[in-house]
Design a protein around this ligand. Structure first.
Ligand SMILES: Nc1ncnc2c1ncn2[C@@H]1O[C@H](COP(=O)(O)OP(=O)(O)O)[C@@H](O)[C@H]1O
Ligand SMILES: [Mg+2]
Length: 218
């Protein structure tokens, strides 16, 4: 058994940078450690991970089987930059109805030979796939870009509490904050303000921030 370290990117808000963070983190880690297996799962409905990473046509493999009892190694394709990924499927909605155990993916990955790091991109809701991704995680990164997305973190924390999971893996990461917003008071920097709000609620933050690229601020 080669149990991987699992990083889940999750937020109930869309457009906060989850997919961008998941894909870039995968490429970055692979660039840092060529020999480290880095595998990307996307439970998003979009096929962006396939489009980004697939070399040529690839084979038709199904990511949802990774959550079922099939071994994930058998479904993994090696893509661009040496990043491994499990291809998307149009049949996720069927499986969503069939799975009710949030611990299934954790067990499957614990028994797998994947090793290295698994990064899981999730949909902007707490469906059964997101629940599985949260349950399995050694680290959860919750991107927040404004007060509503911070407010939504509550449900992720509640999920951990209700399943008696330690909150230790959870980290908030301020992302893509609109730099045109200016605040008076002690926190003029909106990223620091978001961090202060998060800490006030008892959430731990990652050290850095993910800034919004300059050209989007024009
Ligand atoms: N650092 C960034 N600066 C500016 N725009 C970004 C940045 N990261 C992502 N985006 C854009 O923001 C949008 C939402 O990002 P995405 O990663 O798809 O979010 P999510 O997966 O949470 O829905 C996309 O159009 C993406 O290109
Ligand atoms: Mg996304």
């Amino acid at each position: 058994m080669l149990t991987p370290y699992i990083v889940t990117i999750s937020s109930e808000k869309g457009g906060v940078g989850k997919t961008t963070l998941a894909t870039n983190l995968a490429i970055y880690l692979k660039a840092l450690h060529e020999d480290l297996p880095v595998t990307l799962f996307s439970f998003d409905n979009h096929f962006s991970v396939d489009r980004m990473f697939r070399i040529g046509k690839g084979t038709q493999r199904r990511r949802e089987r990774a959550v079922s009892r099939h071994s994930p190694e058998a479904l993994v394709e090696t893509g661009e930059y040496g990043v491994q990924f499990i291809a998307s499927s149009e049949h996720l909605h069927q499986l969503r109805r069939d799975i009710d155990d949030p611990a299934l993916l954790a067990r499957t990955l614990a028994e797998s030979e994947l090793g290295g790091i698994v990064i899981i991109d999730t949909r902007p809701d707490l469906d059964i796939f997101t629940q599985n991704a949260l349950y399995a995680a050694d680290r959860v990164i919750v991107p927040v870009k404004d007060a509503p997305s911070l407010e939504n973190c509550r449900h992720i924390y509640e999920f951990f509490d209700s399943h008696k999971l330690s909150r230790r893996p959870l980290r908030v990461l301020p992302c893509l904050v609109d730099a045109r917003i200016h605040f008076d008071g002690p926190f003029r920097d909106p990223y620091q303000l978001l961090k202060a709000y998060a800490i006030n609620r008892g959430y731990r933050c990652l050290e850095g921030i993910l800034p919004r690229a300059r050209k989007w601020n024009r």
